[in-house]
Write a protein that binds this ligand. Structure first.
Ligand SMILES: Nc1nc2c(ncn2[C@@H]2O[C@H](COP(=O)(O)OP(=O)(O)OP(=O)(O)O)[C@@H](O)[C@H]2O)c(=O)[nH]1
Length: 344
């Protein structure tokens, strides 16, 4: 392979993976480790609070400037490629001092294939190449069977017929993300024992392209030399990265929905966390993230839930009222969720 510099191309890394798998955590660690390199980041979220952009901007990493983090909050990247993504990329490439590397974090519900196709756009292709698609996997969620009712049965069916489609939209998104990967990161290893990890790895190995590497990680902590410089030129071998939506000109995320709630001020952190945990358990919510105001505290509480696993941390940012984005499959009971959270 000719080195990228010789081809005059800038490299782009796509970080994909289901809601809450740990993409932003991995990206943040990566940015902390790559001193001195001019990296631009494009983040895209499903739901509209822009938390990931906030998190990355608040990282305090030397050399990581606000203008190097571009947020595309307007729906899933895979659906807004022409309107949002291409103009953003062109603006980055046209900077007097363009980035050396661009890292794109897709929304957890994005299908990577339409994004990959955009790299063959005539104004982009001569200037940019996909260095690699990194798919972050929430290993405990796989163990819990979140992406397939019966992972073994689905794997067996797929082995018999790789083009098989099925009705589980979570599984579809998950499989598309795996099938596009050059590198799969099995994340959250701290929550599993060795036997469980070996089982997830074997299952994932059966769902990826033969060329894809699989690595385990705790909080996405991997050496940047592993993550960047894969040299995959993924835009050149799209055919080896099948998607459930191949052949369809368009697709939508009809199976999923998100909404934003204003939260009341809670009496304590415990009250906030127990309300979130209860809401997540009762309502089949896939993901919640946002901020809460706690009585007597002058900093806002950052809150995150992946399934019913809730994490919280006081944010460096002072005060402000509480807001939460909630993502789930269609027909969430919004009124009941608001009541569970004590929202007006
Ligand atoms: N225990 C554990 N928690 C993790 C690990 N990696 C990330 N998390 C937590 O998982 C939650 C989701 O992490 P994010 O990095 O925000 O996940 P994401 O994939 O960017 O989420 P979306 O952008 O909403 O799809 C956060 O509460 C993280 O602190 C890990 O390796 N172990």
């Amino acid at each position: 392979m000719r080195p990228l510099a010789a081809q005059g191309k800038i490299a782009a890394t796509i970080i994909t993976g289901f809601l809450g798998a740990g993409k932003t955590t991995l990206l943040r660690h990566l940015l902390e480790q790559v001193d001195g390199r001019r990296i631009a980041v494009i983040v895209n979220e499903f739901g509209s609070l822009g938390i990931d952009g906030d998190t990355l901007r608040a990282c305090g990493i030397a050399g990581c400037r606000d203008e190097d983090i571009v947020e595309l909050a307007n729906g899933c990247l895979c659906c807004t490629v022409a309107d949002d993504f291409l103009p953003t990329i062109e603006r980055l490439l046209d900077r007097p001092e363009p980035p050396e590397h661009i890292v794109i974090e897709t929304s957890g519900l994005a299908l990577p294939k339409p994004l990959l196709k955009a790299f063959n756009w005539p104004t982009i292709r001569p200037r940019l190449t996909v260095d690699g698609v990194i798919t972050v996997v929430d290993a405990p969620a796989v163990v819990d069977g979140r992406f397939a009712d019966d992972p073994e049965a689905v794997a067996a069916q797929r082995a018999a017929d790789p083009s098989l489609d099925h009705d589980n939209p979570l599984a579809e998104v998950f499989e598309d993300q795996l099938l596009s990967a050059d590198l799969v990161v099995l994340n959250k290893t701290d929550l599993l024992d060795e036997k469980q990890l070996a089982a997830v790895e074997a299952m994932i190995a059966g769902e990826t392209r033969g060329q894809a590497r699989i690595l385990q990680a705790d909080h996405g902590r991997l050496d940047p030399r592993i993550l960047l410089g894969l040299g995959a030129a993924a835009e050149d071998d799209l055919d080896t990265r099948p998607s459930h939506h191949d052949g369809a000109d368009d697709h939508e995320h009809d199976d999923f929905e998100s909404f934003v709630l204003d939260l009341p001020e809670y009496d304590s952190v415990d009250e906030c966390v127990s309300r979130l945990t209860h809401a997540a358990r009762e309502h089949d919510i896939l993901r919640m993230k946002g901020f809460a105001a706690i009585k007597g505290k002058n900093r806002r509480l950052g809150v995150q839930a992946v399934g019913a696993r809730v994490r919280h941390e006081f944010d460096p940012v002072h005060g402000g009222s509480g807001r939460l984005v909630i993502i789930g499959q269609q027909r969430l009971n919004r009124a009941a969720i608001a009541a569970a959270l004590g929202a007006p």
